[in-house]
Write a protein that binds this ligand. Structure first.
Ligand code: ADP
Ligand code: ZN
Length: 595
């Protein structure tokens, strides 16, 4: 609970508690015999009542000598109160026998009946609980109201950077994205021109794609190029449980941008506030925040030089309202970099670094498929650290290799003494099997094969570049499966069926998945025919799909075995070279295969 809320809570309690006591007293006073009630309260609450507490026999002798005038009587009370002529009171234990009342009457004692004081106390406790509950509800409501009313309580501020140094030239690749932002640059540089033509300019751009691909960098560069203020924030920043806080922060953000225009607002992880509505997880609070964002964007007029750039990993997660015209109506995909872009990114990040002239960054780019811009920046950075640690004056290929290895597979294992020669041989033949099939059968690019064990648990790895094709034929998919099975097949051929290892588990898993996809989703098997099942249906059709998958895998495994046997001399050349060098590159591989 926030401190302000606590204070309010206590303030209300201080007000409510005397009120409750007052209400209770009033209620008691309005009953016919106030004094009686009070006494009862005393008698039940305080057994050490200061008046004389007398035993039942002493009480009886007082009665019998005519001293007792009144008894305040309730059948179920443990202690009863008696009063004598001088108004002195006595307490005594209720004998709780049916004749007691009779006995009092016979001795002309006045009996004042009273209701059960226990039940009264219980009911007042219940009353108090109900009141407390109401107070809680009220304070919650009250504190939310005040929080949204008194915005100064939300001391959160947005930081802006005035003089952004990043330019588009610092963002390598991403040509489409940059092109897409060109008119916005023009607009921010020369809004008057657009105004004169009455041209509409997008208010919001959504950059979407995997993490680390330079979305933030692009937004920053947009600010840098146009001399705009850069105001970065994140969607998660607007998620608050208090009513109105998210919405008020949105207002604050846009006010700040307007005051500092021209400005670029950058909202990372926009899905945190702009997720599809009615997806179950959202609350009305989140809806209010999103609405406020929409209101602010709708309220922009063309004279306000504020552009909102938002980033998300997945466009399809966003609410449609956000994507509508006049809001974030420009959507720019920022994907993983292709070969050329990787090369450029590597160049950008090694610009001011002492890179050995023998390092060919294009070769590195080839070996770094699936890496994001952030990963690539990381490779160069890690390589510099290796160079510094080893006291080199420049970054060598070896440092870059180690850095790539670290990013692909975790650190190289420091202590390799516990790896037996046999294990190393098995790994070399396993990887050679993959490489042979990939290079010779599939004509794929294989930039790197390594048998350096990694801390991520791999004994070695083979990097195979994917064919950047939209659709793959059935034959291509089956050849890919063969590539995956090549490791195990090679082990079997060289070391015998008895000596195959579990090192192929991951290969088998991927191969199986590929075959299941082929038969159950691409409708490419003869047995199952033209079907495309969802995952649930696939698990339901387990038996049939399993049998068909196994049959296809067995068939491919056999043909892979045959292919490797036919090219056993090449396999041996690759494996022996690996044992010698631990790492071989595309060129080595091509030479070995050609021989
Ligand atoms: P995203 O916002 O997409 O998650 P970032 O923009 O935060 O990614 O990228 C993180 C870092 O990765 C950048 O600061 C930069 O060093 C590097 N980077 C990513 N993409 C590129 C690129 N296209 N060109 C140069 N550096 C890049
Ligand atoms: Zn393998």
């Amino acid at each position: 609970m926030k401190r302000e809320n606590l204070q309010q809570y206590f303030a209300i309690l201080i007000f409510i508690i005397p009120l409750m006591i007052g209400v209770y007293l009033l209620a008691s006073k309005s009953s016919p015999d106030y004094k009686n009630n009070l006494r009862q309260l005393q008698s039940t609450m305080a057994f050490n009542y200061t008046d004389a507490d007398v035993g039942i026999n002493s009480f009886k002798s007082l009665v019998e000598t005519g001293k007792i005038q009144t008894v305040y009587y309730n059948e179920s009370d443990f202690i009863l109160i008696a009063e004598d002529k001088t108004k002195k009171t006595f307490t005594f234990e209720n004998p709780k026998n049916p004749e007691f009342r009779q006995y009092l009457m016979e001795h002309k004692v006045k009996i004042v009946e009273s209701s059960n004081s226990y039940s009264k106390i219980l009911s007042s406790i219940a009353f108090a609980i109900v009141l407390l509950f109401i107070i809680r509800l009220l304070t919650n409501f009250y504190s939310k109201k005040t929080l949204s009313a008194d915005l100064h309580r939300d001391s959160v501020e947005f930081e802006e950077s005035k003089d952004v140094k990043i330019r588009f030239s610092d963002v390598a690749g991403s040509e489409e994205a940059k092109e897409n932002m060109q008119d916005i640059i023009e607009f921010l540089k020369n809004p008057k021109k657009f105004e004169d033509f009455g041209a509409k300019i997008p208010k919001g751009i959504i950059l979407y794609g995997p993490p680390g691909t330079g979305k933030t960098l692009l937004a920053k560069a947009l600010a840098g190029e146009t001399g705009s203020e850069f105001i970065p924030t994140s969607g998660s920043y607007f998620i608050e449980k208090y009513v109105g806080v998210g919405a008020s922060r949105v207002r604050k953000l846009f006010n700040k941008a307007r005051k500092n225009s021209p400005a670029i607002i950058f909202i990372d992880e926009i899905d945190a506030i702009g997720g599809k509505r009615g997806s179950g997880k959202d609350t009305s609070e989140d809806a209010k925040t999103l609405n406020q964002l929409l209101v602010e964007m709708d309220g922009f007029n063309d004279k306000e030089n504020v552009i909102v750039v938002a980033a998300t990993n997945r466009l399809d997660m966003l609410d449609d309202a956000l994507l509508r015209a006049g809001r974030f109506d420009r959507h720019v995909m920022v994907g993983l970099p292709d070969l050329n872009a990787r090369y450029k990114i590597l160049k950008v990040h090694s610009k001011n670094k002492p890179l050995s002239p023998s390092v060919d960054l294009f070769q590195i780019a080839k070996q770094t498929v699936y890496m994001s811009g952030a990963d690539l920046a990381n490779v160069i950075n890690e390589a510099s650290i290796y160079a510094i640690k080893e006291n080199y004056s420049e970054i060598t290929l070896n440092h870059i290799d180690k850095a790539m290895n670290k990013i692909i597979a975790g650190d190289e294992k420091k202590d390799r003494s516990n790896i037996s020669d046999t294990e190393k041989r098995i790994t070399a033949y396993h990887e050679a099997g993959h490489a042979l099939i990939a290079k010779l059968l599939n004509k794929s690019s294989v930039p790197k094969v390594s048998i350096i064990p990694t801390t991520k648990g791999a004994a070695g790895y083979t990097i195979i570049n994917p064919n950047e094709k939209m659709f793959q034929t059935k034959k291509e998919i089956l050849n890919k499966v063969s590539e995956l099975l090549g490791g195990r097949a090679s082990e079997e051929i060289i070391f015998g069926k008895e000596n195959i290892t579990g090192g192929a588990a991951n290969d088998l898993q991927r191969a199986t998945k590929m075959v299941v996809t082929l038969i159950a989703k691409y409708g490419m098997s003869e047995k199952l025919g033209l079907v495309c099942l969802d995952d649930k249906e696939i698990s339901l059709g387990n038996e049939l799909i399993l049998r068909e998958t196994k049959q296809i895998l067995d068939k491919i495994y056999n043909s892979t075995l045959n292919y490797i046997i036919d090219n056993k001399n090449k396999l041996q050349l690759i494996a022996e070279k690996l044992l010698e060098n631990e790492i071989i590159d595309e060129h080595d591989l091509e030479v070995l295969i050609a021989s």
